[in-house]
Design a protein around this ligand. Structure first.
Ligand code: CTP
Ligand code: MG
Length: 230
């Protein structure tokens, strides 16, 4: 299975002066945790790491420090996640039929989740790891802060990555998104907007996306619980 890792963001909400994926988490850069999980996942053969050129030197040092046993290719990212993934798709070898996409910022992902998604992807055109929502969610009118409704929580799932797709179809969905000017925060949304089916694969509660400083603290706590960091 092929894996693309979008890692070309800036981490604005983290409030740091560089890509949050280079911030230390228990003495290792955040991205190193994501890559070690990918390294340990048996189903993955090829990894495309999507980054900004100014980060490539640091990324290379991480890859070397992990003695990665599978091929890691460096792909130049774009201005948005959507653009970065589109570039990643174009950099896949022509023989790639299916691809998993996993955000570099979800550094607590387990090899088992990668392998489970890779297995499921052999039986469906599109999938997304997700977990049932724990909170009650309100739909809110942005200008007045008036609550417009409360969707039934039993139908709500919080989307994570990995997400997986047939390469040819996802590429066409990205092209359609470009034509239509859709701006989305994950790839499943493009698939859905094109009327293609997306299946849920049970994700992991600990598979959080490190977005703000509090997420970094929670990630450290979870890793220590797993016995990492001495
Ligand atoms: N990403 C990317 N290319 C971009 C923007 C984001 O590859 N132009 C990646 C990030 O590196 C991250 C993932 O997409 O692994 C999810 O994005 P997010 O958590 O929003 O990270 P940032 O965009 O870096 O953070 P922020 O939105 O706070 O600036
Ligand atoms: Mg972002």
């Amino acid at each position: 299975m092929y894996l693309l890792i979008p890692a070309a963001g800036s981490g604005r909400r983290m409030g740091s002066d560089r890509n949050k994926l280079l911030l230390p988490l228990l003495e290792k850069p955040l991205l190193a945790w994501t890559l070690s999980a990918a390294k340990a996942a048996r189903s993955l053969r090829w990894i495309g790491l999507i980054g900004q050129p100014e980060d490539f030197q640091d990324f290379k040092e991480i890859v070397v420090s992990l003695s990665m046993t599978k091929m890691v290719h460096f792909i130049q990212g774009g201005a948005t996640r959507q653009e970065s993934v589109f570039r990643g798709l174009q950099a896949l070898p022509a023989v790639a039929q299916r691809v998993l996409i996993h955000d570099g910022a979800r550094c607590l992902v387990t090899p088992e989740l990668f392998d489970r998604c890779a297995g499921e992807l052999l039986h469906c055109p599109g999938l997304v790891a997700a977990i049932p929502v724990k909170d009650t969610i309100k739909m809110v009118e942005p200008s007045s802060y008036q609550v417009r409704g409360t969707p039934d929580r039993r139908q709500l799932w919080a989307a994570q990555t990995p997400q997986g797709f047939e390469v040819e179809r996802l590429t066409r969905c990205h092209q359609e998104g470009l034509r239509q000017g859709w701006e989305v925060t994950d790839d499943a949304t493009l698939f859905e907007q094109c009327g293609l089916p997306v299946k849920i694969v049970e994700g992991e509660e600990t598979n959080l996306k490190v977005t703000t400083p509090v997420d970094l603290a929670i990630a450290e706590f979870i890793l220590r619980q797993r016995g990492e960091g001495g």
